[in-house]
Ligand binder design. Structure first.
Ligand code: ZN
Length: 139
């Protein structure tokens, strides 16, 4: 059993951007040399999130729409009143979605569904430089 850590970087452009990182995660798995086990994809940051989605144009529209309905931007946030950074909605959305995802792998392949992609969501109110950690446990 071994533990390996890989990091890749993203340059995001705007609030609500959804980036398919499945290939980046598969690349991290391939580079690790591990064949069977489990990995964690994790963003160190309080205004980004990682989940899965079927990466197709309809859902890339529907998912941000759902976030707007559930956690609107245009309401008062104590965070914004305190820090004047305008991203109270970003923090609340990130906490609901979570900063990480576990994925099992077998024979050096991610065990994802056919239509299931791993995505990073930029939830901050501006583009950011992001480092994404992939930590793998396996053999
Ligand atoms: Zn803030």
């Amino acid at each position: 059993m071994a533990v390996k850590t890989q990091i890749f970087e993203l340059e995001t452009r705007h609030d609500g951007e959804i980036i398919d990182i499945t290939k980046n995660v598969q690349q991290a798995l391939t580079s690790s040399g591990l064949k069977n086990g489990i990995l964690l994809v994790f963003v160190p940051g309080a205004t980004g999130a990682i989940t899965t989605i079927e990466y197709e144009p309809g859902l890339l529209h529907d998912f941000p729409d759902a976030l707007d309905r559930l956690i609107p931007k245009d309401i008062a946030y104590e965070h914004h009143l305190r820090w004047q950074d305008g991203n109270g909605h970003s923090h609340v959305r990130a906490s609901f979605l979570g900063p990480g995802l576990n994925v099992p792998f077998s024979e050096s392949k991610l065990m994802l569904g056919t239509w299931q992609q791993i995505v990073f969501l930029e939830l901050d109110n501006k583009g950011r430089h992001r480092e994404i950690i992939v930590q793998l446990i396996g053999e």
